[in-house]
Write a protein that binds this ligand. Structure first.
Ligand code: NAP
Length: 310
């Protein structure tokens, strides 16, 4: 039995390895996704003690929330699961705009509740900032939804430090979700110190740099999904990143583990990072990522990885 961790100041207790579900019905991110395979990822997580599922309106759009909701219902697991979802994308015809206005966030929460087939959301994040709404006002709207029992904890994602400070004026923010991995460590400069100081959980997204840090890609590989435009996957940068990943293999071998396990274990040694939400394309990867909890890195190994990816 794995010890659960508390999310920020909230009452939510989660397994430190959650499941990112952007490949569960996220047809707008990955072409040719099989929905049954997506549902199987969620089922596998729920059958293996993992209680933290991360979804969003925009994965699909809408479809990830629907499939996650279906599996939870079919498995009769609502009481055992902590559902995190996100909203801020508003569709105007075919155009997507960000909206953090109190009225829109209220609508977004109602929409997520329906798609997830539930009457409360454990953690609702404002997915991206808009340009107009003062962030304290946006989070104030979520705090009213929390009082009404529609959400249990408040998160924000992709906010700058200034936006996060504004959002957290009244101490309402429980969780911050931002991009952070060994290839993208900017959050260490300002965001992570602030979240540590304010007891806000920092949930890193793209922990495996969309698979690049899992140790199985070769320089011959090409991608036809969201990865084809990502900076880490371009030309020389891609080759240099693969070379760095190769160096983790040595450490992984010593632990009889895989590169992905060592990378995930390393994040959990960082102050302020208590839980992870790696994504997966098949059930084997979901199970494999749990093994990160078995890897105990030495101080020297933690420092070596730190230096390799500085
Ligand atoms: P990720 O966790 O960095 O990478 C996941 C990918 O790595 C998988 O789809 C799989 O891809 C590969 N992988 C996973 N486990 C593996 C293993 N054990 N061995 C080998 N390969 C493995 O990327 P992500 O899923 O995009 O991000 C995680 C979650 O963060 C998302 O699902 C989503 O919930 C959230 N997110 C949030 C935001 C935001 O704006 N807040 C943005 C992005 C993501 P292949 O099989 O194709 O190699």
């Amino acid at each position: 039995m794995v010890n659960k961790v508390q999310l920020g100041k909230s009452e939510l207790q989660i397994h430190p390895i959650g499941l990112g579900t952007n490949a569960v019905g996220g047809h707008n991110l990955y072409p040719n996704l099989n929905e049954e395979a997506g549902k199987d990822l969620v089922r596998t997580a729920l059958h293996n003690e993992m209680n933290f599922l991360d979804t969003a309106f925009i994965y699909g759009p809408e479809r990830s929330e629907e499939l996650v909701g279906q599996v939870i219902k079919e498995e009769g697991k609502r009481k055992d699961v902590i559902i995190a979802t996100k909203g801020s994308h508003k569709l105007i015809g075919k155009e997507l705009v960000m909206d953090n206005s109190p009225e829109f966030l209220k609508q977004a929460v109602e929409g997520s509740l329906k798609r997830l087939q539930t009457d409360y959301i454990d953690l609702f994040y404002i997915h991206f900032p808009d340009e107009d709404t003062p962030k304290a006002e946006a989070v104030g709207a979520l705090s009213r939804l929390k009082e009404q029992g529609k959400i249990r904890a408040i998160g924000v994602s992709n906010f700058s430090l200034e936006q996060l400070k504004d959002a957290n004026q009244d101490g309402y923010v429980d969780v911050f979700q931002g991009e952070y991995n060994l290839l993208q460590r900017e959050a260490e400069q300002k965001l992570l110190p602030y979240t540590v100081e304010k007891d806000i959980s920092f949930i890193p997204y793209f922990p495996l740099a969309s698979g690049l840090l899992a140790g199985k890609y070769t320089k011959e590989m090409t991608f036809d999904d969201l990865r084809k435009d990502m900076p880490h996957f371009q030309g020389n940068a891609f080759i240099q990143n693969l070379n760095k990943v190769e160096q983790i293999k040595r450490i992984a071998d010593k632990h009889e583990a895989e590169v992905a396990h060592v990378v995930l274990a390393w994040y959990l040694t960082r102050e302020g990072i208590d839980a992870l939400i790696p994504g997966a394309k098949n059930a084997g990867q979901v199970l494999s990522n749990l093994k990160a909890l078995e890897v105990q890195l030495s101080k020297a190994e933690i420092e070596e990885i730190d230096r390799l990816f500085i």
